[in-house]
Design a protein around this ligand. Structure first.
Ligand code: GTP
Ligand code: MG
Length: 161
């Protein structure tokens, strides 16, 4: 059976979704990014889990696929309401990503942990920086892992009749 993984990045404007994708692909922080990155496909043999992986930048018309990476700004106020509404609506495995960790000393984990405990869909949370390339490849690896080895039941659109 051929498997592939689709990773969709969502989040509020300007949290750095496009920059994270471009940092992963280009291995350096892009000073200028388009609003939305083209969908990219990473061939199986260069991914840690050996599955072809598609990375999709957020588009308002395209909602959840299989795994969702919700990006928030670790350097700003965490908008818990937004996170909860999103997580509650989409019963898919989810990774919470606090980007721009280069801008702050403190961690946003204290705010995030109660949310994580509340929703079983959240597999992992990670703080990263597209700018310093910190935890970038890790976050995409966690996203792959969340689909391939989920800790909770997976939502499967075909089986939902
Ligand atoms: P929309 O497509 O408008 O929703 O934004 P986005 O989430 O794709 O954010 P984008 O990648 O366009 O980045 C927004 C701004 O944040 C840009 O000026 C980036 O250079 C900056 N930025 C992104 N990631 C980081 C980071 O890790 N650290 C810092 N300091 N700035 C970042
Ligand atoms: Mg963008």
């Amino acid at each position: 059976m051929r498997k592939d993984v689709r990773i969709l990045l969502v989040g509020e404007p300007k949290v750095g979704k496009t920059s994270l994708i471009m940092s992963l692909v280009g291995e350096e922080f892009p000073e200028e990014v388009p609003l939305r990155a083209e969908e990219i496909t990473i061939p199986a043999d260069v991914t840690p889990e050996r599955v072809p992986t598609h990375i999709v930048d957020y588009s308002g018309t395209q909602v959840s696929l299989f795994v969702t990476v919700l990006v928030y700004c670790a350097a700003g106020d965490v908008h818990i309401g937004f996170l909860c509404v999103y997580v509650g609506m989409h019963r898919v495995p989810l990774i919470l990503v606090g980007n721009k960790s280069d801008l702050v000393e403190h961690s946003s984990m204290e705010t995030i942990l109660p949310i994580m405990n509340q929703y079983s869909e959240i597999e992992t949370c990670v703080e990263c920086s597209a700018k310093n390339l910190k935890n970038i490849s890790e976050l995409f690896y966690y996203a792959q892992k969340a689909v391939l080895h989920p800790t909770g039941p997976l939502y499967c659109p075909e089986e939902k009749e």
